[in-house]
Design a protein around this ligand. Structure first.
Ligand SMILES: C[S@@+](CC[C@H](N)C(=O)[O-])C[C@H]1O[C@@H](n2cnc3c(N)ncnc32)[C@H](O)[C@@H]1O
Length: 248
C-alpha cells in the first residue's frame, strides 16, 4: 500500500500551481537575490516549478529533493524538457532529513516552498542544523508558508477552477484542528467537462504542522540565521546565515 499523499493530485499538479506561478517566481527572485554560482538545494521540489528561477538567478548546480514518486514524474519532465536544466540538476529521491547524505557539503542557497509543514519536529531541527552547517556565510534559505496562519479550523474553501483545454480542474479544501500544533487538511479536486459536469473527483487528507513566522524565526536565530526583510508576500520568509552558533 502506498502512503504517498501526493498520489491523488500529482497528475494535475502543474495545472493546479500554474495560476500562482508568476507571483511565486517574482517573490522568490526578490527573496533570494542574485546567486554567485554554487550548489542550490530545492527541498520538497514538487514538479520542479522553482528550478528555472534558481538557474536564472545564477545557481551553477541544482539539487531537487523530492520524496513523492508521483511528483518526481513531473519533476523529471520539467528537468528533462530543458537541456540546460538537465545538465545542472540532480534529482534526489527522498525527503528531509534522509536525503541530506546525498547532498553536497556546501550550499550556496536553499529553498523550501509550501512544504515545511510536512516535516516532523525532529526533521525540522535537522533542517536548521544542516542549514547552519552547509550554507556558505551570507547564504540564504527561503521558505514559504501555507495556511492556516494559526492552528484553527478552516471551513470548505474554494481554491479556484482552472481550465485545461475544454476541461476544468476545481480545487477545494478544509482544515480541522488535530492538536495544539497540527491541523488536518482535507483536499478535494474535481475534473469537470465543458458543461461543468463532474467527470472525476479525488481527495486526500494530510496532517500539517502550523508554524508562525515568529516561531520559525526563533528556531532560525538559534542556528545563526537572520530573518531578512524583502518586498514580497508575507507568506515568504528569507533567512541569511550570518554566523555559526557556538556549539554547532
Ligand atoms: C505542496 S508541495 C510543494 C511543491 C513545490 N515546492 C511547490 O511549491 O510547488 C509539498 C512537497 O513537499 C514534499 N515533501 C513531503 N515531505 C517532505 C520531506 N520530509 N522533505 C522534503 N519534501 C517533502 C511533498 O512530496 C510535496 O512535493
Amino acid at each position: 500500500m502506498t502512503t504517498d499523499m501526493y498520489d491523488a493530485n500529482a497528475e494535475w499538479y502543474a495545472a493546479l500551481v500554474a495560476p500562482w506561478k508568476e507571483d511565486t517566481d517574482r517573490t522568490l527572485r526578490e527573496a533570494l537575490g542574485e546567486l554567485a554560482g554554487g550548489d542550490v538545494i530545492d527541498l520538497g521540489s514538487g514538479i520542479g516549478s522553482s528550478l528555472p528561477v534558481l538557474r536564472d538567478l545564477g545557481a551553477q548546480r541544482l539539487f531537487a529533493v523530492e520524496p513523492s514518486a508521483a511528483m518526481r514524474v513531473g519533476l523529471m519532465t520539467t528537468v528533462a524538457a530543458d537541456a540546460d536544466l538537465r545538465a545542472r540538476t540532480t534529482i534526489v529521491a527522498g525527503g528531509v532529513p534522509d536525503a541530506f547524505d546525498q547532498l553536497p557539503d556546501t550550499w550556496q542557497a536553499a529553498t523550501m516552498l509550501n512544504a515545511i509543514g510536512h516535516l516532523s519536529e525532529e526533521a525540522r531541527a535537522a533542517l536548521w542544523r544542516t542549514l547552519a552547517e552547509r550554507l556558505v556565510p551570507g547564504g540564504r534559505f527561503v521558505l514559504s508558508l501555507q495556511p492556516p496562519a494559526i492552528v484553527s479550523d478552516i471551513p470548505w474553501t474554494d481554491f479556484g477552477t482552472f481550465a485545461v483545454g475544454t476541461r476544468q480542474l476545481a480545487t477545494r479544501g478544509r482544515a480541522e484542528v488535530m492538536s495544539e500544533t497540527h491541523v488536518e487538511w482535507e483536499m478535494e479536486w474535481s475534473l469537470l467537462d465543458a458543461d461543468g459536469a463532474v467527470l472525476e473527483t479525488r481527495s486526500a487528507r494530510h496532517p500539517w504542522r502550523v508554524l508562525t513566522p515568529d516561531q520559525l524565526t526563533t528556531e532560525a536565530e538559534a542556528h545563526g540565521l537572520k530573518l531578512l526583510p524583502h518586498g514580497g508576500a508575507d507568506s515568504f520568509l528569507a533567512y541569511e546565515l550570518t554566523g555559526r552558533v557556538v556549539g554547532e
